[in-house]
Design a protein. Structure first.
Length: 434
């Protein structure tokens, strides 16, 4: 699976991670994101006029094998198409919401397919005589920067969703700001804002959103802000003072709807009916939701483990390890000794083992001692190498925001952080630039 770290774009693009909605992937992006998002893909070989194009939106738990089998392909044929995809793009895991396009000949024979590997790339496989030829190419997309703001009433996730912020952006916000702001202590009246990339394909299809560019969440006692910054080598998130926010671990390795159980030394177990320690955090999420590695590391174990059901354990170095339990399934080829990268999909949320509902039980420990994943500090923050360049980049973004065509509610022009949206505007998503 491709490493989805924070990616490079132009040097003035920073990211705000304000809080308009919460909770992944951390959006994670592939290396292909470093290519221009608007680069037109190499045209595919023209399909015969008699070919039929079938557009299939991947559903949770669906696999390429299952989809192609329903189209009548034999196991041998499916293996050939799968091999062609792997040769061109490496291991590819179908993701819910992504699009698989099949080109069928008159008799129903599969002539070609293409699939959105991630937010920036697609893999194309075509039949060429008796052979299958594959390649990867950038998606032709239009990126629009949109902004949203909201006010918490009950919880951050609800408020962000009500505002219209996509779940992927909510997850990114939680990952980016989670080290500065404890989302468990969010209160009614807390305000949040965010700027992020809305992505639309050349044929008008709405694609999964891109990166958070800037964000903040403000409570009565605290203001947390983050900006996306590109130093010309790689992109990362920094705070207002120019210190890198990227951490060794992701606090939220799954796109979840709520935290169903927190880290506790004494929790009443709903099934066993007695009190015992809860050495981790439970993230409630639908069955099939992707689970991602919280950091780079090596798999210690992957398989069934008693009450924990299907579980993956990863060693990250310096005595730190993580476990991911109650999984529905474990990524193919993942076993003890396999190296994983931060953000890589390693499994899917399930309800295996001793559990009352689908969720991820996420645990973090150092040298055998359990730590609270939501509060533990496991890395030191560094100042970016060129603070002056960061300040110029930040000012460049603010200048750009100030020059954006103003919507019906005037956009403030004063050079303040997150001034793209007027504080009196009704909460919601608004396009602020094309």
């Amino acid at each position: 699976m491709r490493n989805q770290r924070f990616q490079v774009r132009s040097a003035w693009l920073l990211g705000f991670a304000v809080g308009a909605a919460i909770f992944s992937q951390p959006a994670w992006a592939s290396r292909a994101a470093r290519r221009s998002a608007t680069t037109a893909p190499r045209p595919a070989a023209a399909a015969p006029a008699s070919n039929k194009s079938v557009r299939h939106v991947v559903q949770r738990t669906e696999t390429l094998t299952g989809i192609l089998a329903k189209r009548g392909l034999s196991r041998r044929e499916i293996a050939q198409w799968d091999k062609a995809i792997r040769t061109a793009a490496g291991p590819v895991q179908l993701a819910p919401g992504h699009v698989l396009v099949l080109q069928l000949e008159r008799g129903g024979r599969l002539a070609a397919l293409n699939y959105e590997v991630d937010n920036h790339t697609r893999v194309v496989v075509e039949r060429a005589g008796k052979q299958l030829r594959g390649r990867t190419e950038p998606l032709a997309i239009k990126v629009t920067v949109v902004g949203a703001e909201g006010v918490v009433e009950k919880n951050f996730h609800q408020a962000a969703r009500r505002t219209g912020i996509p779940d992927q952006i909510i997850s990114q916000m939680a990952d980016i700001l989670g080290w500065e702001f404890d989302f468990r202590r969010v209160q009614a009246g807390d305000r949040f804002r965010v700027l992020y990339e809305r992505r639309v394909s050349s044929d008008g299809r709405v694609l999964p959103p891109g990166r958070v560019l800037a964000a903040e969440i403000r409570s009565a006692k605290r203001l947390a802000q983050a900006f996306y910054y590109d130093d010309g080598v790689e992109g990362t998130y920094v705070d207002a003072s120019g210190r890198v926010l990227a951490q060794s671990f992701l606090r939220y390795p799954v796109e979840f709807t709520r935290i169903s159980s927190v880290f506790s030394g004494a929790r009443f177990h709903p099934i066993l009916k007695h009190t015992r320690p809860h050495n981790g955090v439970d993230f409630a999420a639908p069955v099939g939701t992707p689970v991602r590695a919280a950091g780079d590391g090596v798999v210690i174990a992957a398989g069934r483990n008693g009450d924990y059901g299907n579980q993956i354990a990863v060693r990250h170095g310096e005595g730190l390890s993580t476990t991911y339990s109650h999984l529905r399934g474990i990524a193919r080829d993942l076993r003890a000794g396999t190296a994983v990268r931060q953000g890589q999909v390693i499994g899917w949320v399930g309800q295996t083992g001793l559990t009352t509902g689908p969720h991820l039980h996420f645990a973090l420990y150092r040298n055998g001692q359990y730590l609270n994943p939501l509060t533990a500090r496991v890395s030191l923050r560094r100042l970016i190498a060129d603070p002056q360049r960061f300040q110029l980049a930040k000012q460049g973004l603010l200048t750009r925001l100030a020059g954006v065509p103003r919507p019906p509610s005037a956009v403030p022009v004063e050079p303040t952080l997150l001034a793209a949206l007027p504080p009196t505007r009704r909460p919601g998503v608004v396009s602020i630039t094309q």
